[in-house]
Design a protein around this ligand. Structure first.
Ligand code: GRF
Length: 195
């Protein structure tokens, strides 16, 4: 079997997108291997889910590093290098990255965002979409660059906003598409990256 690029998934919470990536990567012909899961939150539920898949999963809390965000990222980066990681997927990783880490992983770091970027960057996208009376919403996977939720779009899926939608119903409709979109977008990038 050919060598597949090793992927790390960075999470902060429940890790449902991470799990979608782990499920997709079980297929023998999937072009990437999920080799590591890191969280900035020791209590992130996704860590135990990843361990259940037999994947090394570890918390690197930011607290001991205080305000020095780059020092925390250097600890993350050291682990990524140690584990021979070729691609990083942010999946609900709730920290803004410094230009140092972003530049180090330029072209090899993906993020998933619950909106049709470039619309609705930032938090609370579902509530803002509903408040604005939009007819369409969705999710985007993009390469990470310096600006938050910016960077070249790799893949995007649109969903309708339906009459009577609540934040929860809309979020669930988008999340179901995220779980299909992220594995497809990672596969697309993995095919272009040398392990
Ligand atoms: C997802 O909606 C993702 O788009 C956003 O954060 C959420 C993470 O959910 N960036 P999960 O931890 O993958 O379940």
């Amino acid at each position: 079997m050919s060598v597949r690029p090793r992927v790390a998934v960075l999470i902060s919470g429940r890790g449902s997108n991470m799990q979608a990536l782990l499920d997709a990567a079980k297929a023998p012909d999937y072009p990437a291997e999920i080799a590591l899961v890191l969280s900035n939150k020791p209590e992130a539920a996704g860590l135990d889910i990843a361990r259940g898949y037999g994947v090394m999963a570890q918390a690197i809390p930011s607290k001991p590093f205080g305000r020095d965000r780059e020092a925390h990222e250097r600890a993350l980066d050291a682990m990524l290098r140690e584990r021979d990681i070729a691609i990083v997927c942010l999946a609900g990783y709730m920290r803004i990255l410094t230009p140092w880490l972003v530049n180090r992983w330029s072209g090899r770091m993906l993020n998933i965002h619950p909106s049709l970027l470039p619309a609705y960057k930032g938090l609370d996208t579902h509530a803002r979409v509903l408040a604005a009376g939009e007819a369409r919403h969705g999710c985007t996977v993009h390469l990470v660059t310096d600006g938050m939720d910016e960077g070249p779009i790799v893949a995007q899926t649109e969903v309708p906003v339906l009459a009577g939608d609540t934040e929860a119903s809309l979020a669930a409709r988008v999340l179901a598409q995220e779980h299909l979109l992220y594995p497809a977008a990672l596969a697309k990038l993995a095919r272009t990256v040398t392990p």
